[in-house]
Design a protein around this ligand. Structure first.
Ligand code: PGI
Length: 495
C-alpha cells in the first residue's frame, strides 16, 4: 500500500467559535449564549459540573486570527473549518421576523425565507460581528485556505435557550432550546441569513457539529447545558435537531446557490462487541447512536434512536458530504434493559486519564483510549451512504505532547487503509486542533493544540508533534521516517 493520500487531499484544522474567540479584548466578549451562562453559573461551579474556567480567558482568536492563520500556512494547511456564533450575529430575538412555515404536529416540513425577510434580519444583525467574520474569512481566502463553514457548534443564543431555567424546571419552562420546534424555525432563519451574507466566501458548508452530542450529553446526565437526565427530552431534542439540519440544508441551497456543498458533521463512535455474544448489542448501539440519523437525511426513513417506521419526504436527500469526528470507540455488552446495550468501562471514552485501557492501549489526559483502528471502522460505517467523507475532527488531549505524534500517524495510517483497501471516498483530514483552547465544561486543562498557548500572554509555541504533522502535509502522505509510528504500541504486549 502506498502511503500517499489522493491528489488534492484537504489538510486542515477544525476550531469552534466559543472555544477560540474570547480572551484578547473586551470587544471579543459574547455573554449572550447558553454556554457562557452555563460556565459562569455558581451552582454548576460549586457542584463541579463545570471546571470554573471561563471563555474570556481563552486564546483570543477574535482578535488574533491573523496570527493563527499564519500558523496554518506554516504547517502547509489548505483548509480551515470554523463556525459563526449564532449569539454573536443575533444577540436579540429574531422571532418578530415572520416567515412562512409548513408545520404539522411539531414536524417542521418547510420554511420560506424571502429576500424581504433577509433584509429585515439584516437590520437586527450585529454589524460589528458581521464585519469581523468577513475580515476573518477574507484573510483565510487570501492565504489560500479553503473555508469550511459550520453553522452550529453548540452554544445557543440566550433568547433561544435559558439553560438554568430549563435545568431548574426539569425542562418545563424556557426558552427551551432544542426541546422546542420553534428553534428549528429560528435556526433556519439564521442559516438563510448566513448563506445570503457570506455565500461567495464559503467553499463547503456544514449545518451542525455533532447533533448527537447535543442530544446525548445535554439530556442524559452529562455536564452540558441544560444538564438534564431524561430519555424523552433527549428524543425530543434529537427530533428537532434532525429537522433543523434539513431545514438549514434547504436554506443554504436556496440562498448560497444550488451548487453549494452542504454537509453535516457527526461524532461517529463505533460500538464494538465485548464478546461474540454481544454482536447484536453493538449493532443496536450503532443504529441508536449513528445510523438512524443518516438513514433519515439520506432516505427519509424517520426512526429516531431506531424507533418507528415513518417516511418523511422533507428529510430525504438532505446531505452532500459527511464529516466524521473520531476520537475513540465504545465497547458494549448486551443488556436486557432498553436500549439493549451498556457501555463497558475501561475501554474507549470510559477509561482512566493518562493511563491505559483494559485492552492495553494508552489513554489521553481526558481518559480516552487511543484506538486508531476505530477511525477505519468509523469511515466504513459511513461509506454506505455514498457521500464524500471528510474527517472533520481527530485529536488528543495531551499537554505533554508525548502521544500526539503517534496519535496522528497511526490514525492517518488507518485512514489510508480505509481509502486504499476499503475504497472509501475520503477527501480530507482536519485535526482538532490548531491551538490549545477552552475544552467546554472541562476548561483549559485539556490541551488539544498542535500549538501550545500561554493563556496569560496569548503567545503561541508549536509542540514537537506540529513538526510531524507539517512533514506529513508537505509529503501528502506518511514519510518513511515516520513509518514506525503507524502501529500504536500496545502496553500490555510490552512493545
Ligand atoms: O473534546 C475535543 C473536541 C471538542 O473540543 C470539540 O468541540 C467537539 O466537536 N471534541 C471531541 C468530540 N467532539 C468534540 C467527540 C465526542 C465527544 C464530545 C464530548 C466525546 C466526549 C465529550
Amino acid at each position: 500500500m502506498s502511503l500517499e493520500f489522493p491528489k488534492g487531499f484537504l489538510w486542515g484544522i477544525s476550531m469552534a467559535a466559543f472555544q477560540y474567540e474570547m480572551g484578547a479584548s473586551p470587544d471579543s466578549l459574547d455573554p449572550n449564549s447558553d454556554w457562557y451562562v452555563w460556565l459562569h453559573d455558581k451552582q454548576n461551579i460549586e457542584r463541579g459540573v463545570v471546571s470554573g474556567d471561563v471563555p474570556e480567558n481563552g486564546p483570543g482568536y477574535y482578535d488574533l486570527f491573523r496570527v493563527d492563520h499564519s500558523w496554518a500556512r506554516w504547517l502547509g494547511l489548505n483548509a480551515w473549518r470554523m463556525n459563526v456564533e449564532w449569539s454573536r450575529i443575533f444577540p436579540k430575538s429574531t422571532r418578530e421576523v415572520k416567515v412562512y412555515v409548513d408545520a404539522e404536529e411539531g414536524s417542521i416540513k418547510s420554511v420560506e425565507v424571502s429576500e424581504g425577510t433577509l433584509k429585515q434580519l439584516d437590520r437586527l444583525a450585529n454589524r460589528s460581528a458581521i464585519e469581523r467574520y468577513r475580515e476573518i474569512f477574507e484573510d483565510l481566502k487570501c492565504r489560500g485556505l479553503k473555508l469550511i463553514l459550520n453553522l452550529y457548534h453548540w452554544p445557543l443564543p440566550l433568547w433561544v435557550h435559558d439553560p438554568i431555567k430549563v435545568r431548574d424546571t426539569a425542562g418545563k419552562e424556557g426558552p427551551r432550546g432544542w426541546l422546542d420546534a420553534e428553534t428549528v424555525v429560528e435556526f433556519a432563519k439564521f442559516a438563510a441569513y448566513i448563506a445570503w451574507k457570506f455565500g461567495e466566501l464559503v467553499d463547503m458548508w456544514s449545518t451542525f457539529n455533532e447533533p448527537n452530542v447535543t442530544w446525548s450529553i445535554g439530556y442524559t446526565g452529562g455536564n452540558f447545558p441544560p444538564g438534564l437526565n431524561d430519555y424523552k427530552l433527549s428524543l425530543a431534542a434529537a427530533v428537532n435537531l434532525v429537522q433543523a439540519h434539513a431545514r438549514a440544508y434547504d436554506q443554504v441551497k436556496e440562498h448560497a446557490g444550488r451548487d453549494a456543498q452542504v454537509g453535516v458533521i457527526y461524532a461517529v463512535t463505533p460500538a464494538e462487541p465485548a464478546t461474540d455474544e454481544d454482536r447484536e448489542a453493538a449493532e443496536i448501539a450503532n443504529k441508536v447512536m449513528t445510523n438512524w440519523y443518516f438513514e433519515a437525511i439520506t432516505e427519509g426513513k424517520f426512526a429516531p434512536f431506531g424507533i418507528g417506521d415513518e417516511l418523511r419526504a422533507d428529510l430525504k436527500g438532505k446531505v452532500d458530504w459527511i464529516g466524521i469526528n473520531y476520537y475513540s470507540r465504545l465497547v458494549v455488552k448486551a443488556d436486557e434493559r432498553l436500549p439493549g446495550y451498556r457501555v463497558l468501562p475501561g475501554y474507549g471514552f470510559a477509561c482512566k486519564p493518562a493511563s491505559k485501557s483494559e485492552a492495553g492501549f494508552p489513554t489521553s489526559d481526558s481518559g480516552w483510549e487511543i484506538y486508531p483502528q476505530g477511525l477505519r471502522k468509523a469511515v466504513n460505517m459511513i461509506k454506505k451512504y455514498g457521500k464524500p467523507i471528510i474527517v472533520t475532527e481527530n485529536g488528543i488531549a495531551d499537554a505533554s505532547d508525548r502521544h500526539r505524534s503517534w496519535y496522528i500517524v497511526s490514525h492517518l495510517y488507518q485512514l489510508l487503509k480505509a481509502i486504499k483497501v476499503d475504497g472509501a471516498d475520503v477527501r480530507g483530514y482536519l485535526h482538532w486542533s490548531l491551538i490549545d483552547n477552552l475544552e467546554w465544561a472541562s476548561g483549559f486543562k485539556m490541551r488539544f493544540g498542535l500549538i501550545y498557548v500561554d493563556m496569560k500572554t496569548k503567545q503561541r509555541y508549536p509542540r514537537p508533534s506540529a513538526y510531524v504533522f507539517k512533514d506529513i502535509i508537505h509529503s501528502n502522505g506518511i514519510p518513511d521516517y515516520l513509518l514506525a509510528y503507524s502501529e500504536y504500541p500496545n502496553i500490555l504486549s510490552g512493545a
